[in-house]
Design a protein around this ligand. Structure first.
Ligand SMILES: *[C@@H]1O[C@H](CO)[C@@H](O)[C@H](O)[C@H]1NC(C)=O
Length: 332
């Protein structure tokens, strides 16, 4: 009897632990005029057991809908706010007091993403580190520094020589930008956020990259030991970090996705293969960092019909605007 109870107890705790280490979340962009309400969108996260979300701005209707949900949150500081938060510590403290503090008791903030894909070298880039510092001070003043880590989301244009992945380095323009940010992240125990898109690497190099390598369907390793492009891209970032003296800095994949329409390889079938395999793959690690899981945020929840840019940009949704799923994905 007691042995059975003990066994059930063990099963229960394994179950709980499994829920707690769910490694895949979904980015919630809302650049569309036909999308569900914020509350309906968050309900869709809940009904699909999606336990992590990335939002791009501190939208209060979304934050209210997240209250009590147990969903872990990356909250973004939009690039347009960087200058103000960088130049004025009071603005950063107002931001935290308005959007973080009133929700922090029942919204599980995990990271603040201060800026997204800021191009190094420009005026905007000069605001990122001071904005990170001011937001960090405000988070610490609210005594939330243990729970909420402050970081920024980069893209893979910051690296070059990325094949073989071990040869990768930050570009000459990126290095002076990212080096002090890396020092900042290390000293606060925060990860680097990185948006990693095998789709774009594949479509920009069709002559040298196969679809199978991009979709995790290649059999066996290639000549430099890689079975898929996602691992190769992620490890090239790790290799570049190593060379800046940060071999132990963790990378969180803050976006990754595949469009269903509008460009080469962009079909529902290919995208379905990508997302299914990525969810499975994120449970493990990469050749350089074999101990997983890889914390990964799929891009994105919905097709966003008002997004600018290439046609593919409007077809990254896991769900259609009417909330019907494009793919059969399981987040359990
Ligand atoms: C996937 O993309 C490739 C490359 O564009 C295309 O030839 C193929 O038909 C697509 N496969 C599916 C199943 O849609």
């Amino acid at each position: 009897m007691s042995a059975i109870l003990l066994f059930l107890g063990v099963l229960t705790s394994i179950g709980l632990q499994f829920t707690a280490v769910q490694s895949v979340g979904v980015c919630y962009g809302s650049d569309g005029n036909n999308l569900p309400t914020k509350q309906d969108a968050i309900n869709l996260y809940k009904s699909n057991n999606i336990g992590k979300i990335r939002i791009y701005n501190p939208d209060e209707a979304t934050l209210k809908a997240l209250r009590g949900s147990n969903i872990e949150v990356i909250i973004g500081v939009p690039n347009t706010n960087l200058q103000s938060l960088a130049s004025n510590a009071a603005a950063a403290s107002d931001w935290v007091n308005k959007y973080i503090k009133p929700y922090s008791s029942d919204v599980k903030f995990k990271y603040v993403a201060v800026g997204n894909e800021v191009p190094p070298g420009g005026a905007e880039a000069s605001h990122v580190l001071p904005a990170l510092q001011n937001v960090q001070k405000a988070i610490s003043a609210a005594n939330l520094q243990a729970q909420i880590k402050v970081s920024t989301a980069i893209d893979t244009t910051l690296i070059e020589n990325s094949y073989p992945p071990n040869n990768a380095v930050f570009t000459g323009t990126a290095k002076p930008y990212i080096q002090p940010i890396i020092t900042f992240l290390k000293s606060n125990g925060a990860p680097l956020l990185a948006n990693v898109y095998p789709y774009f690497a594949y479509t920009n190099n069709l002559q040298s990259i196969t679809l199978q390598y991009a979709l995790f369907t290649q059999q066996g390793n290639n000549e430099v030991g890689y079975q898929n492009l996602f691992d190769a891209l992620l490890d090239s970032l790790y290799a570049a970090l190593e060379k800046t003296g940060a071999p132990d800095l963790k990378i969180v994949v803050s976006e990754s996705g595949w469009p269903s329409q509008g460009g080469t390889g962009a079909t529902v079938e290919n995208a379905s293969t990508y997302y299914k395999n990525l969810i499975k793959h994120a449970k493990g690690g990469t050749p350089k960092k074999p101990s997983g899981p890889i914390e990964t945020y799929l891009f994105a929840m919905f097709d966003e019909n008002l997004k600018q840019g290439a046609e593919t940009e409007r077809h990254f949704g896991l769900f259609r605007p009417d909330k019907s799923p494009k793919y059969q994905l399981s987040f359990n």
